[in-house]
Every structure is written in structure tokens, then in C-alpha cells.
Design a protein around this ligand. Structure first.
Ligand code: HEM
Length: 449
């Protein structure tokens, strides 16, 4: 409701939201919804800091940081590690980038696309047998989170831990008791995908879902589940020879000699690997599931995007990469519902609102994504490269989403590959478990193309 109210051009830029405050803390909370205001909050780093994310990570995993954090000296090291490693990878592939962002370069994206096509085909070939048995395909578990994990494994290079942590086993047990349908098993690659997801989920909830303070049980769960993921990264960094040669693990090991003065190189590198693995495993799998669910829903039909249309737009070989990106972004815009938080650095007015140091500002990406001032006829699916891609956070500045080109490429390839192979059952509806997509019923086509 606040989102709708604040979209009125006459409304104040920010509105206080007492309901989101913690009675035990003096921190005030404001919300922002208009597209221009949300972009301002995300881009004006001199006014709004990302300290909040650092503090939340420190509570659970001391020393670990995301690039989504304060732009301090340690973050500068991590950025340099990422860019140097990316340069090494490009040179290895003979695709050195001369201008622009390396992770958005056509050569890099076509490499990601080729891998995504290969992984999608491999998964769909296994699912093909279900056309004769009639066994349903769970798009979320059998496809979206599996391809996301396989892509993380190849691009980043971190393996699943040798043993599934006890807490993850317990969470899977709870899921299997509470959800109908086939049980989720912790074996093979499907098990690895589920385990890696659960090792990131509580931490993401704690860091990105907390506005002022998270609950004690949440911190405990995040620590218990994320620590084994960090241990797996330490193990991968200690043995880079066994990682895929063109993965980020190999690249970070190869460029280490260029960081002679950086004593905590491995600590920073592990943060980079941890963040990127989490983004691939969790955000890409979740976004793919949510886009599919939206395209299968009556709301999607009303917006003018059914599943078949989405697939044919993305499978069209004559369309440019720019057109495919616009389709993905438009689907993400109509689907996404994330919120991001910033902390006010110092007392003073901002766009007519008096703020105090320490205030939190929550930006409602879902409301900004439907602001008619930025998106004419905002409820319609109208892909257009000129539309801003607000779902990937800031549109400029030091905190641009690093993986947007990777994500758009994987999402496009994963959806296009389903053409003639799997399709939603009639009235397919997505089921959630613990806040994440859990099931979306599809079937394998009898006449596979
Ligand atoms: C559709 C998928 C994705 C969405 C919707 C998405 C969204 C976002 C958003 C909203 C932010 C800004 C967070 C903030 O400022 O508080 C962000 C930043 C970031 N994303 Fe993504 N992301 C996606 C995929 C990925 C992937 C696949 C990767 C890594 C391979 C990635 C890596 C990052 C990194 C490293 C940042 C931090 C940039 C910085 O602060 O320096 N993202 N993303």
C-alpha cells in the first residue's frame, strides 16, 4: 500500500514506515517506491551507505563480505581480484576485452551461452524419459535450480561439499514432510543443487531480508548453513588444479602473484567466490522459476505474456541479443519483488525529507518496476531495450550488478531450450517452501523436437 501511495508524483519521496522498525532500537525506517527516487537512493552513495550489509555479514561470518557493501579498501581489493581474474580468463579464451565491462562483452556472453545450452540440453535429455512414463517434471527442482547450480559449478568452479551438513539434511527432511509429491533427495547432482541452495538461503534472508535487526534463530541458522559453504570454497582455493581450467577459482589462483602486497588474498578471494556462487545458485534459479510461473499464470496472460510466447521470443534465432535481453528484463520487471536497504550516512534533508544518520531506507523494487512515470502502461509486457533494468539494482555507479549479463544469458538459453521439450501442465501454479520456489508442474513433450 505504501508503494502505491508513494507512486503518486505529488507524494513525498520517502515515507516513514514504523511497522518495519524494531521497538528495541532507535533506528527509523523509510520506504521509497518511485522509480526516480529508488534510483537516487541506490546511486547516491555519498548519502546512502551499504554498511548495513557488512554489519549483517559480520554478525554471522566474521571477515566475510559481499561486493554489495561499503566501498572500503578491502572491497577495492575484491573488485581488483575479480577484474584481474576476469582479464586472465578472457586472455585464456583469446577474447581479451578492449573496451566496456568485460563481463558484458559479447565473447564472454557467448561462452556462457554455449555452456548454458549444453547444460540445458543435458538436463532435458534426462527428463525426456518422463514423456513415456508420464512422471511430472518439477520445473523448479528438476530444471531451474539444477541448471543454475551446474552453471555456478562451471563458471565459478566451487564443488559441493563432500558431506551434506546436518542442518541441511534437517531442512530437506522438513520440506519432504510438509510438501506433497516426490521427495527431494540429497544425492547426485539434484542433491548437490538442493544442498548448495540451502547453504545460501538463510544467509541471503538474513542479509537482504533484514531492515533493522534479524531474529537470533535466523542468525544461528545462517551461520550453521553458510559455514560449510565457505569451507568448501577454502578447499577449492587450496586445490585450484581440480577446478575447471576456465573457472573463477582457477583464475583467482593464477593471478594471485599479481597481489604480492595483499596479505589476506585468500580471505578476500573466498568472499568473491562465495558471493558469486550464491548469486548464481540462488538468484538465477529463483528468477528462472518466478519468470516461468508468471508466464504460466492468469496474471501473465493478462499482461500479454504466456509461456509459449515467452519461449518463442527467446528461441527466435533472428532476434538480436539486445532484443533477448529486453525480453528477459521485461519478464523480470513484471515478476520481481525484491527490496534493498540502505543506511543514511549523516543528518540532513534529502529530497525534502529530514533524515538522521543511521536511518534505514528500504527501496521497493516491485513498486518502482511498475511506476507509470518510467514504464508507460506498466502492467503490460512490452519488451524494449530502452526500458531501464531496475530489477538488477543501481543503474550506474560502483554497485552495478556484476552478473547481469551472465544471468540474462543463462535465463534466455534455459527458457529457449525448453521449446518442444517440456511445457507447463494446464493451470500450472508455483508452490513455495520457506520463501523460495519449490514446485511448478511441467510435463515432458511426447514429440520431442
Ligand atoms: C536475474 C538475476 C539477478 C538479479 C535480479 C540481480 C540483482 C541484483 C541487485 C538488485 C543488485 C544490487 C544490490 C544492492 O545494491 O543492494 C545486484 C548486485 C550484484 N550482483 Fe546481481 N543479480 C542477478 C544475477 C547476478 C549473478 C548471476 C551474479 C554473479 C555471477 C551477480 C552478482 C552481483 C554482484 C557481485 C553484485 C554487487 C555489485 C557491487 O555492489 O559491486 N548477480 N544484483
Amino acid at each position: 500500500m505504501a508503494g502505491r501511495r508513494l507512486l503518486d508524483p505529488a507524494a513525498p519521496a520517502l515515507e516513514r514506515c514504523v511497522a518495519a522498525e524494531d521497538p528495541k532500537s532507535a533506528v527509523r525506517v523509510f520506504v521509497a517506491a518511485r522509480h526516480d527516487v529508488v534510483s537516487g537512493v541506490l546511486c547516491e552513495e555519498a548519502v546512502f551507505s551499504l554498511r548495513h550489509y557488512d554489519d549483517l555479514l559480520e554478525q554471522v561470518l566474521p571477515g566475510t563480505r559481499y561486493l554489495v557493501g561499503e566501498n572500503d579498501a578491502a572491497r577495492q581489493v575484491r573488485l581488483r581480484q575479480l577484474h584481474t581474474a576476469q582479464g586472465w580468463l578472457d586472455a585464456e579464451r583469446g577474447k581479451a576485452t578492449t573496451q566496456g565491462e568485460p563481463n558484458m562483452a559479447p565473447g564472454f556472453r557467448s561462452w556462457v551461452a554455449a555452456m548454458a545450452r549444453e547444460e540445458a540440453a543435458a538436463i532435458l535429455n534426462v527428463l525426456r524419459r518422463r514423456a513415456s512414463t508420464g512422471e511430472p517434471v518439477n520445473f523448479v527442482r528438476d530444471y531451474a535450480f539444477l541448471i543454475a547450480w551446474r552453471m555456478a559449478r562451471r563458471i565459478i568452479g566451487v564443488p559441493a561439499p563432500d558431506a551434506v551438513p546436518g542442518m541441511v539434511r534437517l531442512m530437506v527432511f522438513a520440506r519432504n514432510v510438509m510438501r506433497p509429491g516426490p521427495a527431494l533427495r540429497l544425492k547426485d547432482e539434484l542433491g548437490d543443487a538442493a544442498a548448495m541452495l540451502l547453504m545460501q538461503q538463510a544467509l541471503f534472508g538474513h542479509v537482504f531480508g533484514t531492515v533493522v535487526n534479524s531474529k537470533g534463530w535466523m542468525r544461528w541458522l545462517a551461520r550453521k548453513t553458510a559455514t560449510p559453504a565457505l569451507d568448501a570454497i577454502d578447499a577449492a582455493l587450496a586445490l585450484p588444479e581440480v577446478a575447471p581450467h576456465d573457472s573463477l577459482v582457477s583464475a583467482l589462483a593464477a593471478v594471485k602473484p599479481q597481489f604480492a602486497g595483499v596479505e589476506d588474498y585468500d580471505l578476500q578471494a573466498r568472499s568473491v567466490l562465495f558471493e558469486l556462487t550464491g548469486a548464481l545458485v540462488l538468484i538465477v534459479g529463483k528468477s528462472l522459476s518466478e519468470m516461468a510461473a508468471f508466464a504460466c499464470s492468469p496474471e501473465g496472460a493478462r499482461a500479454g505474456i504466456g509461456w509459449d510466447r515467452l519461449v518463442s521470443l527467446l528461441a527466435d534465432p533472428g532476434a538480436s541479443q539486445q532484443a533477448h535481453d529486453a525480453t528477459i528484463n521485461e519478464a523480470l520487471r513484471l515478476t520481481g519483488g525484491s527490496r534493498l536497504t540502505r543506511t543514511v550516512r549523516s543528518d540532513g534533508p534529502w529530497r525534502g525529507v529530514d533524515l538522521q544518520a543511521g536511518d534505514r531506507v528500504v527501496v521497493l523494487i516491485d513498486a518502482a518496476s511498475r511506476d507509470p512515470a518510467a514504464f508507460p502502461d506498466p502492467g503490460r509486457f512490452a519488451p524494449d531495450p530502452a526500458r531501464p533494468y531496475i530489477t538488477s539494482g543501481p543503474l550506474q555507479g560502483p554497485h552495478l550488478c556484476y552478473g547481469r549479463g551472465i544471468a540474462w544469458t543463462i535465463l534466455r538459453e534455459a527458457i529457449a531450450a525448453t521449446q518442444g521439450r517440456i511445457a507447463p501442465v494446464g493451470n500450472a501454479q508455483m508452490a513455495l517452501f520457506a520463501g523460495l520456489p519449490d514446485d511448478l508442474p511441467f510435463i515432458a513433450s511426447r514429440r520431442q523436437i
